[in-house]
Design a protein around this ligand. Sequence first.
Ligand code: FMN
Length: 181
Amino acid sequence: MKIIGLTASPRAAGNTVTLVTKMLEDAASKGAETKQMDLAKLDIKPCKGCNYCKSHEDCVQKDDFAKVISEMKSADGIILGSPVYFFDITAQEKTFVDRLYSCVDAQFKSRIPSGKKIAFIYSQNTPNRAAFEQNLAKYDQVAGMLGFQNVGKFVSVGDVKANPVEIEGAVALEKKLFDTL
Ligand SMILES: Cc1cc2nc3c(=O)[nH]c(=O)nc-3n(C[C@H](O)[C@H](O)[C@H](O)COP(=O)(O)O)c2cc1C
């Protein structure tokens, strides 16, 4: 069983990376093969909107996006983590999400093998964990379009390193993901 964790925070040791690292550590301790990729550090250019991917199997742009998709295709479970920036995901994650357009064909059929499970991690400062629920629901739709089964989301609040409740919340979601695989 393979679980990959993708993070989209510019802060390499921030809350999102901390939570996803803990989740992958727990999965690895139970025998899963894990891989962590930092979307904020990879070379992933914005979608050109050229529609090349609607008459070809992949994206016209040859950058690190292909590496992430290759890992995704071989994974059983995916954890996608982003801080909340202005009530939404970061630009780094949105850039990645837009490029996922190349993973659906002209009939909007997913090119990613079906049956994969996905779990979302969000980090924010607003104490109300549900504050941005409506905005973040879009990414549940993206997952659905790609044929992923959505296991759920955990929204952390504040500095997670100082707060075991946040770590426990994220690891509980990973356990839920793990148990479906
Ligand atoms: C540009 C920017 C915009 C932000 N917008 C929000 C916001 O809309 N709501 C919120 O609760 N926190 C917001 N925050 C706080 C971050 O979501 C929070 O610090 C988060 O834990 C950062 O995650 P990271 O440590 O993984 O980078 C914002 C931070 C930045 C830098």
